[in-house]
Design a protein around this ligand. Structure first.
Ligand code: DC
Length: 212
């Protein structure tokens, strides 16, 4: 069974997807980690992450895999290095290349074969798994999402975080391929005024009340 959760940054999809996977005993697959891994590998090799051809060439020369939930580059667990500010900064640009997106989508679908998974990411309900058994779209106001991000980050302020969220939303919505949008038939949950546990409960209750 595939449960896919889509939505903008800070909507809670990553944390809730992990919680739902744990409750159901399903495999958790974070698609953003693949874009982050291609970005990290390019940076490690001194490649300018904005040089699309070099980034693609590098991506084609390495092998990404997932072991015990951790993303590995050529067999080496790199999960702990995927969330640095530098990777944060460039992953969005790397993910805007449709050729890289195709590579990630192929890997993700292959990993999902025959598994019960909860997956999350921006296009998982529209492009990666349009036929997932359950599709959710989480949303929250930009102000709430900025406050959530601020709680995770030091050395910044509310106004800069809000500005970067609005810029990132615009970039994600305007992507030529894999843009952020609500899939037809997806269950929409506004998480603005809910705790993570409440969102998780809403997902589980939707699963109980709707047959796949
Ligand atoms: O969810 P995240 O922050 O780990 O994602 C990293 C980057 O990859 C982010 O810029 C959004 C992008 N992404 C995407 O374009 N499509 C996905 N399915 C998942 C992430």
């Amino acid at each position: 069974m595939i449960i896919a959760i889509d939505g903008p940054a800070g909507s809670g999809k990553s944390t809730v997807a992990r919680m739902v996977a744990e409750k159901l005993g399903f495999y958790f697959l974070n698609t953003g980690s693949f874009y982050r891994a291609y970005t990290l590998s390019a940076l490690d090799r001194g490649i300018d992450p904005l040089d699309r051809e070099k980034v693609l060439e590098n991506a084609q020369s390495i092998k990404l895999s997932v072991q015990d939930g951790a993303v590995c580059i050529d067999g080496k667990n790199e999960e702990a290095r995927l969330h640095t500010p530098l990777v944060d900064r460039y992953a969005s640009q790397v993910s805007s290349d449709p050729r890289i997106r195709e590579m990630v989508n192929r890997s993700v679908r292959k990993i999902a074969e025959g598994l019960d998974i909860v997956t999350e990411g921006r296009d998982t309900t529209t492009i990666v798994f349009p036929n997932a058994d359950y599709r959710f779209y989480f949303d929250a106001s930009p102000e709430v999402r900025a406050e959530r991000r601020l709680a995770d980050q030091k050395d910044t302020d509310y106004e800069s975080v809000l500005k970067s969220i609005l810029e990132r939303d615009k970039m994600d919505r305007e992507k030529a391929v894999g843009a952020l949008k609500i899939a037809d038939g997806a269950i929409v949950i506004d998480t603005s005024l809910l705790t993570l546990n409440q969102v998780c409960e809403k997902v589980l209750s939707a699963l109980r009340n709707t047959s796949a």
